[in-house]
Design a protein around this ligand. Structure first.
Ligand code: NAD
Ligand code: IPM
Ligand code: MN
Length: 360
């Protein structure tokens, strides 16, 4: 049975890292006889330039029809002055909301080989394996009303709405409890229930869902403390569940525990198992076009795609082993290279993963 993957390279370093990830996908496709068909489409700034919209209709239609989507990154300074609805980021947000990809899984795992690459002490991060479950289609990112308006007294103000419904909270809580059941059975729900009513309801609903998961040890933490605890003692966490904006911020913070934001993959899933897979980082305009970006977050995202949406766990395992293998060999892109290590290019890292794959 053929399976379809839509590839959306996007902007900045997107095309560079996605090129390596698709080479890896093609290799496991052939090797494991997966019958995956890939096609490419435009999203983000490149779609604005070519078609006048960050999410063209044909891209959205192809995304709906695909079993899985692999996305690089969107955005860049050349599009930063466009009005909000026309920005590249709207392409990504539109894919998430139109496909109802509400469950964003962001695992932060420290490869032992990179213990020295983290800015934190090795003993703080060694053995780190946490999962951030971020709600992705609600909260302040999508709440209405929103905008910029001029008050009667002539003063302009910007406003957004932070809203979550009980069903939205309940379904992401269930994803997080289910994930915790498959891991170490500890779940920390992160909120700001000391200030924001929306998260008072969040906490209440998470506690209610917890009754269905008596084996999971549930705790609650305010987001400011959670940010501090992630840096102080990250290994206290197993699974974290939180809303859209807090999850965005905490996952960039967690990324640095693993050595670099260039290492963190993600899966964004809907209720039917369809998923979009992307590194958690952005288009990195500061290094775009130089061939130095780390492609591993995107390559590991392909492994997540094979596991969660394409039912090919052996191929996913092979990719993960190949990544560990290249790190064992000492290959490092600039973001994870130590002062005495000679960094390799994006392409060389992709080549090394392909070579390692042929050995696994
Ligand atoms: P960023 O994640 O693009 O970059 C932050 C820093 O991390 C930069 O110094 C960058 O060089 C570095 N970095 C990121 N990925 C890397 C990689 N794979 N290898 C090596 N270094 C890497 O965040 P930003 O600078 O705040 O945002 C840049 C643009 O990307 C903005 O337009 C933003 O909206 C967009 N963005 C897109 C996504 C996405 O598409 N999922 C995510 C975040 C930001
Ligand atoms: C991410 C990004 C996006 C987000 C932006 C680009 C819309 O930062 O995927 O983490 O805020 O969700
Ligand atoms: Mn982000």
């Amino acid at each position: 049975m053929t399976k379809s993957v839509l590839v959306l390279p996007g902007d900045g370093i997107g095309p560079e890292i996605v090129a390596e990830a698709t080479r890896v996908l093609d290799a496991v496709n052939a090797r494991f006889g997966l019958g995956i068909e890939t096609r490419e489409a435009l999203v983000g700034g490149v779609a604005i330039d070519a078609e006048g919209s960050p999410l063209p209709d044909d891209t959205l239609a192809a995304a709906r029809a695909a079993d899985a989507i692999l996305l690089g990154a969107v955005g860049g300074p050349q599009w930063d002055d466009l009005e909000m609805a026309q920005r590249p980021e709207k392409g990504l947000l539109g894919l998430r909301s139109n496909l109802n990809l509400f469950a964003n899984l962001r695992p932060a795992i420290l490869y032992p080989q990179l213990a020295g690459a983290s800015t934190l002490k090795p003993e703080v991060v060694s053995g780190l394996d946490i999962l951030i479950v971020r709600e992705l289609t609600g909260g302040i990112y999508f709440g209405e009303p929103r905008g910029i308006r001029t008050r009667d007294d002539g003063v302009r103000e910007g406003f957004n709405t932070y809203v979550y419904s009980e069903p939205e909270i309940e379904r992401i809580a269930r994803v997080a409890f289910d994930a915790a059941m498959k891991r170490n059975r500890r779940l920390c729900s992160v909120d700001k229930a000391n200030v924001l009513e929306v998260t008072v309801l969040w906490r209440e609903v998470v506690k209610r869902v917890a009754r269905d998961y008596p084996e999971v040890e549930l705790s609650h933490m305010y987001v400011d403390n959670a940010a501090m605890q992630l840096v102080r003692a990250p290994k206290q966490f197993d699974v974290l569940v939180t809303g859209n904006m807090f999850g965005d911020i905490l996952s960039d913070c967690a990324a640095m525990l693993t050595g670099s934001i260039g290492m963190l993959p993600s899966a964004s899933l809907n209720e039917s198992g369809q998923g979009m897979y992307e590194p958690i980082h952005g288009s990195a305009p500061d290094i775009a076009g130089q061939g130095v970006a780390n492609p591993l977050a995107t390559i590991i995202s392909v492994a997540m795609m094979l596991r969660y949406s394409l039912q090919a766990p052996a191929a996913a395992d092979a990719i993960e082993r190949a990544v560990a293998d290249v790190l064992d060999q000492g290959l490092r892109t600039a973001d994870i290279a130590g002062p005495d290590e000679q960094p390799v290019s994006t392409r060389a890292m992709g080549d090394a993963v392909l070579a390692a794959l042929s050995r696994h």
